[in-house]
Design a protein around this ligand. Structure first.
Ligand code: ADP
Ligand code: MG
Length: 262
């Protein structure tokens, strides 16, 4: 594969969906949960995804991460036509190019926090042996839980577990980070802190797509995709643009992800 940092689709987008349809075949008949979705997300964008429960938000993200496949249409991410990759290729591609963050963290319960963060580097053979551990510790420092490195996930609070999951998502320095209701299980203060980490990532140049029910958070994105019954109902520019990035950059010097990950 090519150098990921340079990769965009031929139209300059990080994510391109063309007429994506997803139909589930269920006992009760066919259920079409994504209907002709066409959209582009550009490098460095912070995009919120909102919509009622069942409107297709998770399914949409799963198309982009390759966790699930479209029934019809095309999905291109970072220049890669991911709908045409085999399962094996997809797993490796995802490991390197996309950091995925879930509502319930999905940390492996029998591994320590540190081991959870090292795992994606092992899987994708990124970085060399000892560097992996150093990098994992460094990432845990960035999300402020280095002191929890040797604990098991169950010993951490929800907010700490989500920080660990963010560190894990960053393990292979992916250009794209995708999060499905990442603050849905956190109190509002912790949720705001986690969201601030996302804003830092965008400043660093990563592309972020975040499903959230929390309006106070979605308002902090630059752009909101509204899903309704599997359709892209509205695609709204929030007017935050690069102002958001600038404000955060000026205010926050506590953890400078941009520098630390360079
Ligand atoms: N594997 C599946 N098989 C059948 N139906 C599914 C499957 N996954 C999701 N669905 C259905 O697809 C619709 C959209 O689901 P989802 O994308 O999870 O919505 P959201 O994340 O917006 O709540 C829902 O009606 C859901 O029940
Ligand atoms: Mg969902």
């Amino acid at each position: 594969m090519r150098d990921k940092a340079m990769d965009t689709n031929s139209n300059g987008a990080m994510i391109s969906l063309y007429d994506v349809v997803k139909t589930y075949h269920t006992g009760a008949g066919d259920l079409t949960v994504l209907k002709d979705i066409t959209l582009q997300v550009y490098p460095g964008e912070l995009v919120g995804v909102v919509g009622p429960s069942g409107s297709g938000k998770s399914t949409l993200l799963n198309m982009i991460t390759g966790i699930d496949r479209p029934t019809d249409g095309e999905v291109r991410v970072g220049g890669q036509a991911i709908h045409s990759l085999s399962e094996n290729q997809l797993a490796r591609w995802r490991g390197r190019y996309v950091g995925v963050i879930f509502q319930f963290f999905q940390l492996l319960p029998t591994l320590t926090i540190l081991e959870n963060v090292i795992l994606p580097m092992d899987f994708c053979k990124m970085y060399r042996g000892r560097q992996r551990k150093e990098r994992a510790i460094h990432l845990l420092q960035l999300v402020d839980i280095a002191d929890q490195a040797d604990k098991l996930p169950s010993e951490l609070s929800g907010g700490q577990q989500q920080r660990a999951a963010i560190a894990r998502a960053l393990a292979n320095d992916p250009p794209l980070v995708v999060a499905d209701e990442p603050t849905g299980n956190l109190d509002t203060v912790t949720a705001a802190e986690v969201f601030a980490l996302f804003e830092e990532l965008v400043i660093q140049g990563k592309t972020l797509m975040v499903v959230t029910h929390d309006q106070s958070l979605s308002e902090r994105t630059e752009r909101i995709l509204h899903l309704l019954d599997g359709r892209l109902d509205r695609d709204v520019n929030n007017g935050n643009g690069k102002y958001l990035a600038k404000d955060v950059r000026e205010e926050s010097h506590e953890y400078d992800l941009a520098q630390s990950l360079a």
